[in-house]
Design a protein around this ligand. Structure first.
Ligand code: PGA
Length: 259
């Protein structure tokens, strides 16, 4: 990765850990990590909504440098949207990063590039950083459609944003066939697609945005494969699911520089 981009490693807990388990996990993670780790890597955890207030309190009272994130939000400010959470509600709880358009949300809950774009804008409007997810299915990869799929998701997800806005955000490339399967893209394939993501940003939002935007790889990231992934020039971090649920394995991923 380029020197100017600080790596960002994010734990996507999905629908795991109630608020007691979440507190324990963050305490253990904090204990495992050194201040050096935070100097060189930005670390965020994305617990379920019901845990966020508890983790906010913990981070604040113990002055932890772990960043608090969410996994989703709605794009409207408020209103009759039963079951939804407004971005301002998250910002009020010191949430700094919001995952937007994860493949599970797209595939299981019908999110479209258009709703993803609205969410990205709403997150930015509330001074938080979106982690915009993109990635292809196995079928799309086998039919050589992976690049076109990802290009479209990035272009449409970022539509209408200024280069300045794009330079501050995070894009996670996650091939769907590698999520939760134990199968990882090779470091070369991951690099090629992350470079492609950056190229789309370059064409649509200019050089400054492309050189500053951070691109994460996600999909079965583990302590055993993080070093090779992070040595790629266009991979600036990781979005980690399963291996982020255990503080030990997540800490080992964050500490990839020591391996
Ligand atoms: P995984 O999930 O690390 O368990 O493959 C990654 C993700 O879905 O963000």
């Amino acid at each position: 990765m380029a020197d100017s981009r600080k790596p960002i490693i994010s734990g996507n807990w999905k629908m795991h850990h109630n608020h007691f388990e979440a507190i324990q996990c963050v305490q253990k993670l904090h204990y495992r990590l050194e201040s050096d780790d935070f100097a060189s890597v930005e670390v965020t955890v994305h617990p379920p909504f019901t845990d966020i207030r508890s983790i906010q309190t913990l981070i604040e009272s113990d002055k932890m440098k772990i960043g608090l994130g969410a996994q989703n939000c709605h794009w409207e400010e408020k209103g009759a949207f039963t079951g939804e959470i407004a971005p301002a509600m998250l910002a009020k709880l010191d949430v700094g990063h919001v995952i937007v358009g994860h493949s599970e949300r797209r595939e299981l809950f019908g999110e479209t590039d258009d709703s993803v774009n609205k969410k990205v804008k709403a997150v930015i409007a509330n001074s938080m950083v979106p982690i915009l997810c993109c990635g292809e299915t196995l079928e799309e990869r086998q039919q050589s459609m992976a690049e076109a799929k990802v290009q479209g998701q990035v272009r449409e997800g970022l539509a209408g944003l200024s280069g300045e806005m794009v330079s501050k955000l995070v894009i996670a490339y996650e091939p769907i066939w590698a999520i939760g399967t134990g199968e990882t893209a090779t470091a070369e394939d991951a690099q090629a697609m992350c470079a492609e993501v950056r190229q789309v940003v370059r064409e649509a939002h200019g050089d400054k945005a492309a050189d500053a935007v951070r691109v994460q790889y996600g999909g079965s990231v583990k302590p055993g494969n993080i070093v090779e992934l992070m040595s790629q020039p266009d991979i600036d971090g990781a979005l980690v699911g399963g291996a982020s649920l255990e503080a030990d394995s997540f800490a080992a991923i964050v500490q990839y520089r020591n391996h």
